[in-house]
Each structure stands twice: as structure tokens, then as C-alpha cells.
Design a binder for this molecule. Structure first.
Ligand code: SF4
Ligand code: MG
Length: 327
């Protein structure tokens, strides 16, 4: 069952009187109990999608077009009061860092009690048991309960935010680089716990990251973003085993595996395009080894490569047949 649908979302930022394209024509849907992984490098527009869903875009942003449908309503048309009722309970966002999300005058215990009391009629003792259960799973020291946010590291605060998110039992969790301040062991624990929780509560998950290994670990479907556009999307196995877009092909060729970790990793010469100066035609053409005249002039659209596998490239079928040695 579909729990969230994003349709042709485009949004810009206004910076120093310049219109910067952040997201262009992004469409996807999220099913109950499934995970959409949004992959992109810094500046590819991936975080703006999460903020748009939550109605938390900064004041200098403007939605150019699109809809975000949740429970039959377009979230982009809701008043602040209505979207406030959805935030936290229906849809919860965990962002990178997150110190600013804590009230500096409340202890961690008070934060967590507030979350649990708002959700249920638990007794004080039940609340304490629940909190300690989460702490044990996420390897958070018990003493942290009496600490103030200012006394804790970013990594610990991030794990507490994740416990708060899961305690809320949201229908949809949007996690934007939620493990970026954690070491490998903690990262593994957190991802495992999010997955376990998702299975138990049939939660829809949107996981935003620049780390392909996390996407491989957690996503059912992946969106590959480049310069604000989705250049490839689909089933994680199809995209990883048979990437269609030259950008995805390069990324995956650069992805270390047990076989290639000693080899020189592939890289993509050039930089991400600037949002105020997007290339004409295909957004990837200045960096694409397959670029043809048509690519400089005409913008490609997502076309179907297989069931639940779409690629934004004029020559996707030809490239599949050309020699793999070019990439
Ligand atoms: Fe490369 Fe052309 Fe495909 Fe763009 S449309 S990815 S430039 S081959
Ligand atoms: Mg970001």
C-alpha cells in the first residue's frame, strides 16, 4: 500500500537574488514497510526533498511545481497547524547533527518522557522500562538519561534522536544521514534497529545518504540523484547489478568491493553542475563519456529499462550494448 507519493516536485532557492535549482521533476512513491534510499552527492538536492515533505524548507525556497500526497492530501497545500499534526506522529524526520532539535533546558530523560507520554498513557515505570530497552539496543549509557544535551557528543545525541523517532512509531520515517556521526559498530546497530522496527511496525522509510554501502544495506528501491534530478531509479538489485545511467555506472565502478579494493578506484572527472547554471540538454552531458550531439540539446526523460527500473538517458539501450570497457 502506498503511504506517500511525490509527484513532479521542483523547487528552487533564492541566493543573492539568483534562482538556484535544487530539485527538478522528482517523482516517487513509498510503500508501507518498504525503504526508498535517496542517494546523492552533497548539493544534489536530496535533503531538500525530505525538508519539502516535512514543510520545513527555509524561507528563501520556493516550490515551483509538484505535489506531495499523504493520506489523500497534498502536504504542500496544508496550513502550518495541519502539517504540525502530521510531523512527529505521522511522519518523523531525523536530520544530521540534530543538537538544535533538543531543548537545552530539558534533560534527556525529560525529552524522552515527553515523547512517550504524548504517545500513550504509560505509567512512569513503563516509560522508564521502554527507554532503557531502546538504550540497551542502541548502546547508550544509562547515565545519559540525567544529562543535559550540551553535555553529550553529537554521536550520542544522534542515537537519542533515533530512539525518539522510533518511540514515536511514525508511519513514515525520513532519515537524512542519520548515522553520519557514528562509528561503524554504532552505525551497524542503528541500521539494524531501524530495520527491525520497520518490519515490526510496517513503517515506510526514506533513507537519504551519500553512502552507497548504506543504500545497498537498507534500501528496497533507490533514487540516484544528480544536480537535483533523479537520473536513475528502481529496485535496488536491478540498479546495482545492471546500472543504466553512465553516472550510476561510474559510481558503482568506484564502489570498493572485496575484489577491487586494491585497484585504483574509478572517478568521474568534473564537478556537479551549479544550480544557477545547469547544462543544456542532459544535465550530465559535460561529464559523460557517451555524450552525443543530441545530449547537448535535448533533455532526456526517465525511460523504462525494465519493470521498476528507469533511467534518464537518450542512449540507455545503446549504452547497455556498447563495450563495458568505456566505463
Ligand atoms: Fe550521457 Fe547523453 Fe545519456 Fe546524458 S543522455 S547520460 S550525456 S549518453
Ligand atoms: Mg544533506
Amino acid at each position: 500500500m502506498c503511504v506517500l507519493k511525490v509527484e513532479k516536485l521542483s523547487l528552487n532557492y533564492n541566493l543573492n537574488k539568483k534562482e538556484i535549482v535544487a530539485v527538478r521533476d522528482v517523482s516517487f512513491s513509498l510503500e508501507k514497510g518498504r525503504t526508498v534510499g535517496i542517494f546523492g552527492e552533497t548539493g544534489s538536492g536530496k535533503s531538500s526533498i525530505g525538508l519539502a515533505i516535512m514543510g520545513l524548507l527555509p524561507l528563501n525556497s520556493s516550490i515551483i511545481s509538484g505535489k506531495i500526497i499523504y493520506k489523500g492530501k497534498n502536504l504542500l497545500n496544508l496550513k502550518e497547524k495541519e502539517i504540525n499534526q502530521i510531523r512527529g506522529k505521522g511522519i518523523f524526520l531525523i536530520m544530521q547533527g540534530g543538537r538544535e532539535l533538543f531543548d537545552p533546558t530539558l534533560s534527556i530523560r525529560q525529552h524522552l518522557e515527553e515523547v512517550l507520554n504524548a504517545r500513550s498513557q504509560m505509567t512512569g515505570e513503563e516509560v522508564a522500562v521502554k527507554i532503557l530497552e531502546f538504550f540497551e539496543i542502541l548502546m547508550i549509557e544509562k547515565d545519559v538519561l540525567n544529562a543535559m544535551p550540551s553535555e553529550l557528543s553529537e554521536g550520542t545525541l544522534q542515537k537519542i534522536l533515533i530512539s525518539m523517532a522510533l518511540m514515536n512509531k511514525p508511519e513514515i520515517l525520513i532519515a537524512d544521514e542519520p548515522t553520519s556521526n557514528l562509528d561503524m559498530i554504532n552505525q551497524y546497530r542503528v541500521l539494524k534497529e531501524i530495520r527491525r522496527f520497520q518490519t515490526r511496525h510496517d513503517m515506510g522509510l526514506i533513507f537519504i545518504t551519500h553512502d552507497l554501502s548504506i543504500i545497498a544495506n537498507i534500501a528496497d528501491d533507490v533514487l540516484v540523484m544528480y544536480g537535483g534530478e533523479i537520473v536513475e531509479k528502481g529496485d535496488i538489485y536491478k540498479v546495482f547489478l545492471n546500472p543504466g545511467h553512465p553516472y550510476t555506472k561510474r559510481l558503482l565502478a568506484a564502489f570498493p568491493t572485496l575484489d577491487n579494493y586494491k585497484k585504483d578506484l574509478e572517478f568521474i572527472p568534473g564537478n556537479l553542475p551549479a544550480g544557477d547554471n545547469l547544462p543544456t540538454g542532459c544535465i550530465f552531458h559535460p561529464r559523460c563519456v557517451y555524450c552525443q550531439e543530441k545530449c547537448r540539446k535535448e533533455r532526456p526523460f526517465l525511460s523504462k529499462l525494465a519493470d521498476n527500473h528507469y533511467v534518464m538517458c537518450h542512449f540507455v539501450n545503446e549504452i547497455q550494448q556498447w563495450s563495458d570497457n568505456v566505463v
